[in-house]
Design a protein around this ligand. Structure first.
Ligand SMILES: [Zn+2]
Length: 1176
């Protein structure tokens, strides 16, 4: 059975296109009536008029010394004549035809308001606070001998080797004449601009898809590292937080202790009935090899066996435990569902003021401020009887035993256990409702009918059958979807399937795409939809006989019948205006105001672009990128450049009427890089010279986006704007902003305004950009407040990315910026994207989080969607589910590839359904839950006081855990804290979210930082939120210089640090290297090239390159971490007891934070109290 029978016969794409009329086909999500113009594309149906040649607008002012409208100016080496102020003298005859400006009034309209805007914020250029640290300086020594073994595989460095079963699949597929299934070679991880790795061409229409893989750069690519110099200016506001003591822990508490095994209900003690994977009627017969391959990974609970003795049994460094057993149960015990806190009166603190909870829990019952069920009436059950010691004394006066930090659930232990239990086997997706390994575990994925967890992760893989059950548990049902995720080289990219001129085979009613869960009936002549049960005729060209089990005999030939993820080639029906799209364009728009020029930024960007333009994304085997490029510079006015290949020199055209933006040239603005190479190079050489003496400090911003948008409209293509911007746009122009930063609003009801845009202008502009497929990436270089919350609106709603480099300095920040820029330009991106998530009867998608725009309730629209962006989707019940049928999700993403090919990427996932709450709690994924909760909270700050948002988070999690305690745990004393095994990290991770800069800013965090972080987190995947909220802390001095592995991570607490060691902490945005005061001189010499601790510079931003094993090892670890993250992390080197150490301590998230955030131990006590309140 050949899959090539339906060769694609569609017309070529890329021809000039007339005016857009919007989508006119039923294609995506429309009714099943071929040929009937009809669309559900709200975003594209707006009245987008065709590009016309309107009368040039007013406002082009030759009198200002600029050339007449449309008149070109030759750029030559005479820089003085090229300065903007002199350009008028070079006025010449128009050469590019009448300027065809479009007016802003012609922008698409009709999008209803959309309330999601995003901003975000990062720790770029963290200003330091000089606050005094009132902590005892000497942490508990980290005993070398008690370190966990350092031999476990590093979490992210490799994806492991392909396993036999994965190879078998490839072999099998190849044997079925599907063409090559070879995976692309891994991109060289080495130096230089590696060209995008192309996927080997495959015969026929069945090919692996994906544009070039990103090839990581090393820092050697950029301009050579320069000597270290002054770091970013360090704001040093007086510290206003409370004095902190490391000894704030309760002192009378004997500690948390694992329960006796007889009281615990371990995962292994549950009957396997509902949780165990089993063939679903929807899934059809098991795949060959599935039973065998699936068996080892079929445990529904991802922590399913006792930890190996070597990883846990040793005494943990840190304070000696008092009265508690060490954390997880010893190997001889069966696994236990959670930890029980032994009660002796320490957990019943009154809600009155108490130092431990400082600003976090100001004393009112959290659920009181929250819509939700009132606390249930008191019942007479053992759990409701308060301990007699409670409330007898104010907590401050109660002598208490200290809780042993080693006895409370450890993120490090959970991560290590999952690695050792699940890291060695591939994750085979053939079984419904399987919980994947944690994001911190290296594992290979074998697609056997469900989408890889790299594409979709769920908060739970076993959904309550009824809405009542779901509400009772309060566990949110959500999927974090990364439709264009990058796969490790060992895994196969989604195959591209061509169903011919009639397009992909779909259900007649709900329009779901053909997938492995459709049931063929009547000898193969019809199929019944797995989502809506509607029966659809199989098109004649798609007919195939069934075998004796009812399965089509071409089952294995067709990815859409046997795999969880694949792509369809879209027909013209899926294209705007019934035309195949043109290849997209990239437009580089550079701020050339005084600050940008003075800092060297303009020159740096121009130098970089000269080489970077050769590495634009390209499709598979194409020799060169189809993407065209254009260039604009701006300050208060905009300068367009004609870089047509026939010109000897580039020409500049100035538009000074920014009130009604138009593009003064069509021909020659967007060009092919190869054809216009010399003209572009000349332009990039001249731009820094032209503006070298500028005194212009004011900038515009919205007109820059409008200019890019108009240029794409004129060229009738989608594309991306790369805007490099430095300041608050205060120049007179549309979208002009004022400085409205006001830290006094923090912790008031008006705090939310800091996250909201100050004008709706940018929301409307974003809507127009989405309609055109104009994605905006923003690189910000602020020296002061520039209102990220407002500037980021268009970026956020178009699916773009924001990067921020506060106090940009060439010496210290250029590597980071250039690496980010290179990756951003090269990474895989789809344009003009629309995503819809279909579900089987019983649940439906009700809410969405991410960087996108929605004009209706179902379609997520993104002008651009790159390989790093995730969309989080929440589901709600609208009917009952059945355990037999389970629940199905199908995510369909329609997009235009970087070569202009219209495609549909499909991801399918089948989940189990349960009638017992215990099954829900055994199949949850806490990392994904935290991802969802963080996004939910970060959206909440737009409309609610931050305190309300924090209280709601605490309340929801308390309800989740109380429901477990009440319904799933065996009866035990109310004084015991019992956590579900899969959620035992929920309290520690939740506390990290509550303490994050958005929800509880420290004095050093700026308003722009918070807006920036907020926007970043909203698009993060699960691995990114995991390390962002609970950073990875590695003892570098424990690293094995002879191995490739990373040293074993330790918990994020100052108590775990030894004065004699050097540590690395990373959170996806920053890397800190912390040096203890007692580190051996030899190590200091080897790593920093100086002879003593005191000689280590306070302003180091990179590690010197020294030829010794320790230096090489540390630098290789840093490089390895940089490659794993989607952004280049800022490296900050800190010395113990130095004032900058504050920055580092901010990320020791198990400790009490200077901004008032609770320590892990305190928060766990608080959660326990909340749970008991709910249960009583
Ligand atoms: Zn259907």
């Amino acid at each position: 059975m050949s899959v090539n029978q339906q060769a694609h016969t569609g017309p070529p794409y890329g021809q000039p296109q007339p005016a857009y009329q919007g989508y006119q086909q039923p294609g995506y999500g429309g009714p099943p009536l071929p040929g009937v113009p009809q669309s559900q594309y709200g975003a594209y149906n707006g009245p987008v008029p065709g590009y016309q040649q309107p009368v040039p607008p007013q406002g082009y002012f030759p009198s200002l010394g600029f050339p007449s409208k449309g008149s070109p100016v030759s750029l030559n080496s005479d820089t003085s004549s090229l300065a903007p102020n002199f350009i008028g003298s070079l006025r010449g005859p128009p050469t590019s035809g009448a300027p065809p400006p479009t007016s802003g009034a012609s922008l698409a309209a009709g999008h209803p308001g959309y309330s999601q805007f995003g901003q975000g914020d990062v720790q770029n250029g963290i200003p330091a606070s000089a606050a005094q640290v009132h902590r005892p300086p000497a942490p508990q020594p980290f005993l070398p001998g008690s370190a966990p073994p350092a031999s476990q595989p590093s979490a992210f460095q490799q994806y492991g080797v392909p396993l036999a079963s994965a190879q078998q699949l490839s072999t099998h597929m190849a044997g079925m004449t599907i063409g090559s299934t070879s995976t692309p070679a891994p991109p060289p991880a080495g130096l230089g601009y590696g060209p995008p790795t192309s996927v080997p061409p495959v015969s026929g229409s069945f090919t692996a898809t994906g544009s070039g893989l990103y090839t990581p750069y090393t820092s050697s690519q950029g301009p050579p590292p320069t000597s270290v110099s002054q770091g970013p200016p360090l704001a040093q506001p007086p510290f206003s937080g409370q004095p902190v003591s490391t000894q704030r822990l309760p002192s009378q508490v004997p500690g948390f202790a694992p329960p006796p095994s007889s009281t615990g209900i371990g995962p292994s003690s549950y009957p396997p009935a509902t949780g165990a994977p089993r063939p679903s009627p929807m899934q059809g017969p098991p795949l060959p090899g599935q039973a065998v391959a699936g068996a080892p990974t079929s445990q529904p609970n991802h922590v399913s066996s006792p930890p190996p003795p070597s990883s846990m049994s040793g005494p943990h460094p840190g304070p000696p435990p008092m009265g508690g057993l060490h954390g997880p149960p010893p190997p001889t015990h069966p696994p236990q569902p959670g930890y029980q806190m032994q009660q002796n009166g320490s957990f019943g603190q009154a809600r009155g003021p108490q130092p431990n909870y400082g600003g976090v829990f100001p004393g009112t019952p959290n659920y009181g401020s929250q819509p939700g069920p009132p606390p249930p009436p008191k019942r007479l059950d053992p759990d409701s009887i308060p301990s007699p010691q409670l409330n007898e004394l104010p907590p401050q006066q109660k002598p208490r035993h200290r809780i042993d930090p080693d006895a409370i659930p450890s993120p490090i232990q959970v991560i290590e256990d999952d690695r050792s239990n699940r890291g060695s086997e591939p994750f085979v997706t053939g079984v419904r409702g399987q919980v994947p390994p944690l994001v911190t575990t290296n594992f290979l994925v074998k697609d056997q009918g469900n989408a890889s967890p790299r594409y979709i992760r769920c908060t739970s893989y076993n959904i309550p059958c009824t809405s009542d059950m779901a509400k009772q548990s309060q566990v949110p049902l959500a999927a974090v979807i990364k439709p264009l995720a990058t796969l490790p080289p060992e895994e196969t990219l989604p195959y591209l399937v061509d169903h011919g001129e009639s397009g992909p085979v779909r259900c007649n009613r709900c329009k779901a795409y053909m997938c492995p869960f459709m049931q063929f009936i009547e000898g193969g002549r019809r199929f019944q939809c797995c989502f809506c049960s509607c029966v659809t005729e199989v098109p004649p060209h798609y007919f195939q006989h069934l075998d004796h089990t009812g399965k089509r005999v071409d089952f294995y030939d067709r990815p859409e019948l046997s795999l969880g993820s694949y792509e369809f080639l879209a027909t013209v029906d899926y294209c705007k205006n019934n035309k195949f799209p043109s290849p997209p364009a990239f437009i580089f728009m550079i701020d050339v105001s005084y600050n940008a020029v003075k800092s060297g930024l303009v020159r740096l960007i121009c130098e970089e672009l000269k080489s970077l333009l050769d590495y634009l994304p390209r499709e598979g085997n194409m020799e060169e990128s189809a993407i065209r490029v254009g260039f604009v510079t701006y300050n208060k006015v905009l300068h367009f450049y004609n870089v047509k290949s026939s010109l000897a020199q580039p020409q500049m055209m100035v538009v000074s009427d920014v009130a009604d933006m138009f593009v003064p040239l069509l021909d020659g603005f967007l060009v092919n890089v190869n054809e216009s190479r010399t003209v572009i190079a000349s332009l990039l050489d001249q731009i820094p010279e032209m503006f070298a003496d500028t005194r212009e400090t004011e900038t515009v911003f919205a007109p820059v986006i409008q200019a890019g948008l108009e240029a794409l409209k004129a060229a009738e293509c989608a594309g991306k704007l790369f805007i490099f911007h430095t300041s608050l746009p205060i120049a007179e122009a549309p979208g002009k902003l004022k400085n409205r930063d006001d830290r006094k609003l923090i912790n008031t009801d008006k705090e939310k305004t800091l996250f909201q845009p100050q004008t709706s202008f940018y929301n409307n502009l974003a809507k127009d950009c989405v309609a055109q497929g104009c994605c905006v990436d923003l690189f910000l270089f602020p020296n002061q407040y520039l209102d990220v919350a407002t500037l980021g609106v268009v970026t956020y709603q178009t699916g773009g990315s924001i990067y921020k480099y506060a106090y940009f300095q060439l010496e210290t920040d250029q590597d980071r910026f250039l690496n980010d820029l290179r990756r951003d330009v090269q990474k895989e991106v789809g344009f003009d994207a629309v995503m819809r998530v279909r579900t089987s009867t019983g649940i439906r998608a009700t809410d969405f989080f991410g960087a996108f725009y929605m004009s209706n309730t179902t379609d997520v629209e993104m002008a651009g969607l790159d390989c790093d962006k995730t969309i989080t989707v929440e589901f709600k019940h609208d009917d009952k589910l059945s355990e037999d049928n389970g629940a199905l999700l199908q995510c369909a993403l329609l997009y235009t590839s970087c070569a202009g090919q219209r495609r549909l990427r499909i991801h399918n996932l089948s989940l189990n359904c349960c009638t017992q709450l215990a099954d829900l709690y055994r199949n949850c994924e806490t990392d994904t839950l935290i991802n969802y909760l963080a996004k939910y909270a970060y959206r909440g700050v737009l409309s609610s006081p931050v305190k309300t948002v924090r209280d709601a988070l605490v309340n929801q999690c308390a309800q989740i855990l109380a429901c477990y305690r009440k319904n799933c745990a065996s009866p035990s004393s109310a004084g015991q804290l019992i956590l579900p095994e899969c959620m035992k990290l929920l309290p520690v991770y939740l506390n990290c979210v509550l303490k994050s800069d958005v929800l509880q800013p420290g004095p050093e965090v700026t308003t722009d930082d918070r807006a920036y972080i907020r926007q970043l987190v909203t698009s993060m995947d699960v691995a990114e939120t995991n390390v962002f909220f609970y950073p990875r802390l590695l003892p570098l001095t424990k690293a094995d210089v002879d191995s490739d592995s990373l040293p074993a991570a330790i918990r994020n607490s100052e108590e775990r640090l030894s004065k004699g060691d050097i540590y690395l902490l990373e959170n996806g945005l920053n890397i800190f290297v912390w040096v203890g005061v007692n580190v051996q001189q030899g190590l200091i010499q080897n790593l920093f090239g100086v002879s003593s601790f005191s000689q280590i510079s306070n302003t180091l931003s990179m590690l010197p390159i020294l030829e010794n094993p320790f230096s090489k090892k540390v630098r290789s670890i840093v490089d390895m971490l940089q490659v794993q993250r989607s952004r280049y992390m800022k490296l900050i080197i800190l010395k113990q007891e130095d004032k900058l150490e504050m920055l580092f301590k901010h990320f020791l998230v198990e400790d009490k934070s200077l901004s008032g955030g609770a320590s892990y131990v305190d928060f766990l006590c608080h959660m326990h109290k909340e749970i008991r309140q709910l249960l009583s």
